[in-house]
Ligand binder design. Structure first.
Ligand code: PBG
Ligand code: ZN
Length: 310
């Protein structure tokens, strides 16, 4: 009766890696229990999550062809677009959130096309904006319910909002990865999504973990541009940011319990060094207590099972 905080299955979003090709269910070595799934094998996992009443998926696509501008990202027959249609056919009620970015689609692994500034190669922020709008519209056209731009480009939310509105998708909300830090915790994800930058890093567009105030400014900017919900990422090392965002703004706050956080728990659990179930549930409670309204986590299937007494 006096517990303040609860975790429920409605809090969970389950990320999926949809991989080109056929008959593929390949376990990601640094993420035991998570898979690269081809379109024809994705259904097994989708059905499992739906049976556990997980309300939403976050989709990532890994295409066969990558190029300098990531053109495979915005094709109507692209990998994520096809995945959306298949999931909607299987389970119309399940919410589909799509990650909107280019790092899985560019041959250089950066989150947008490149240009040279002052003798240095970097992402071309402003050239990325119309491409992000185009990608978001193609996701919405395929049936996505929410689009989640993750590239930390300045102006991305406004550009996507304009693009969606003028294509007839004014009703599609934007979940912005607003407070996304340049983090070593994304390592296993980059193996899973084959999206490690071929050179350099993402520190010119993602945030310095030392800067909490800047995260608040980034969130304010994204909300001013029209974001409906905001994300803090990673989770564990940034619990204070979740709390600050929750207290300062009145929009839903998502936390991304990222790949490196998952990998650490799995590695220790496999050695019998920790009690996985208790550790994971304690972490989920921590996110909720910090102020998160939803949790994107690779533990989603297990958490749902444990909540249902499994
Ligand atoms: C792509 C993206 C990343 C993650 C989600 N979207 C990786 C990155 O920025 O390199 C990380 C998710 C995770 O680590 O689980 N922009
Ligand atoms: Zn990216």
């Amino acid at each position: 009766m006096v517990r303040e905080t609860a975790v429920t299955v409605d809090d969970l979003v389950y990320p999926l890696f949809i991989y080109h090709g056929k008959d593929l269910r390949r376990e990601i070595p640094s993420m035991p229990g998570q898979f690269q799934l081809s379109l024809d094998r994705m259904g097994e996992v989708v059905d499992e999550a739906v049976a556990l009443k997980i309300p939403a998926f976050l989709l990532f696509g890994i295409p066969a062809e990558k190029d300098a501008v990531g053109s495979a990202a915005s094709q109507d027959r692209g990998i994520v677009q096809e995945a959306i249609r298949l999931i909607k056919k299987r389970s119309p009620e399940t919410l589909i959130i799509t990650d909107v970015c280019f790092c899985e689609y560019t041959d250089h692994g950066h989150c947008g096309p490149l240009h040279e500034v002052g003798g240095r190669i970097d992402v071309h922020n402003d050239a990325t904006l119309p491409l992000l709008a185009e990608q978001a519209v193609s996701h919405a056209r395929a049936g996505a319910d929410v689009v989640a731009p993750s590239g930390m480009m300045d102006g991305m939310v406004a550009a996507i909002r304009d693009g969606l509105d003028s294509a007839g998708f004014a009703h599609i909300p934007i979940l912005s990865y607003a407070a996304k830090f340049a983090s070593a915790y994304y390592g296993p994800f980059r193996d899973a999504a084959e999206s490690a930058p071929a050179f350099g890093d993402r520190r010119t567009y993602q945030m310095d973990p030392a800067n909490g105030d800047e995260a608040i400014r980034e969130v304010a900017l994204d909300l001013a541009e029209g974001a409906d919900m905001v994300m803090v990422k990673p989770g564990l090392a940034f619990m204070d940011i979740i709390r600050r965002v929750k207290e300062k703004f009145t929009v839903p706050v998502a936390v991304y319990n990222v790949s490196g956080e998952y990998a650490m728990v799995k590695a220790a659990a496999q050695r019998g060094w920790i009690d996985e179930r208790r550790i994971v549930m304690e972490t989920m409670l921590g996110f909720k207590r910090a102020g998160a309204d939803m949790i994107l986590t690779y533990h989603a299937l297990d958490v749902a099972r444990w909540l249902q007494g499994g």
